[in-house]
Design a protein around this ligand. Structure first.
Ligand SMILES: *[C@@H]1O[C@H](CO)[C@@H](O)[C@H](O)[C@H]1NC(C)=O
Ligand SMILES: *[C@@H]1O[C@H](CO)[C@@H](O)[C@H](O)[C@H]1NC(C)=O
Ligand SMILES: *[C@@H]1O[C@H](CO)[C@@H](O)[C@H](O)[C@H]1NC(C)=O
Ligand SMILES: *[C@@H]1O[C@H](CO)[C@@H](O)[C@H](O)[C@H]1NC(C)=O
Length: 197
């Protein structure tokens, strides 16, 4: 009886993982349909082996979630397609650098609560940075140079206790350079903005 129970619980866990992974896969396929250079990706919808075989996609060790997406230079038509990447709620690593993406910082990235490494450099993002960085408690590297972000540097950045690199160079940020009060920062580049102080 005990063994049967354990077996059942095991089965339930595996079942849940498959469902969640299936959701992640669907999010990636929705994204694929919106990519300008999708031919360079081998994301085959029939594949049962996304975690082993899809390029630029990394899964968690137990294969239950997608935790890494690296799409440098893959090309978006302009904006990040709504409601695609933001569904990958277990992402740790997101790179969309050098892709010509325009538009604001995607509001629904707040769903990516486990984000640790964020690379959005060399795009055409514009408008303000997110006001509340504290939703991404695990952020370690924030790399946003060479965009057109404007407005001031949000003070909420100083609440990020794991942050080790912050690069906001070559944007249109203005206002006072904040004392971010972070002693663990190994890289801080705010050059080529309109900051004072
Ligand atoms: C994974 O991809 C390789 C080639 O990239 C292929 O040979 C192999 O059959 C694929 N495995 C599965 C299970 O699809
Ligand atoms: C986020 O990370 C924590 C710790 O690594 C983990 O326990 C949690 O399940 C993760 N959340 C998601 C949505 O993957
Ligand atoms: C940021 O740029 C937009 C136009 O892209 C402009 O409407 C807005 O006023 C700017 N904000 C600041 C604070 O300069
Ligand atoms: C900012 O732009 C200059 C030249 O336009 C470049 O040399 C520099 O490497 C850029 N900084 C970063 C952090 O990308």
């Amino acid at each position: 009886m005990e063994i049967f129970k354990i077996f059942l619980i095991g089965l339930l866990c595996v079942g849940t993982n498959v469902v969640v992974l299936e959701d992640d896969k669907r999010a990636l396929l929705d994204l694929l349909n919106n990519l300008a250079h999708s031919r360079s990706l081998n994301w085959d919808s029939d594949s049962t082996t996304m975690c082993n075989n899809w390029t630029r996609v990394t899964c968690s060790e137990d294969g239950s979630r997608v935790i890494g997406l690296r799409l440098p230079g893959v090309g978006f038509h302009s904006h990040i397609p709504a409601n695609t990447i933001s569904r990958l709620s277990a992402l740790h690593i997101l790179s969309l650098r050098s892709s010509g993406i325009s538009g604001p910082f995607p509001v629904n990235f707040v769903n990516l609560k486990n984000l640790s490494l964020l690379y959005l450099q060399f795009n055409q993002f514009s408008g303000p940075l997110p006001l509340d960085f504290s939703v991404w408690k695990s952020l370690t590297i924030v790399n946003l140079p060479n965009n057109k972000f404007n407005g001031s540097i949000p003070s909420s950045i100083s609440s990020l206790t794991h942050l080790s690199a912050l690069n906001l160079a070559n944007n249109s940020l203005s206002g006072q350079i904040r004392d971010l009060g972070m002693h663990d920062l190994q890289v801080l580049d705010l050059s080529n903005n309109h900051l004072t102080g």
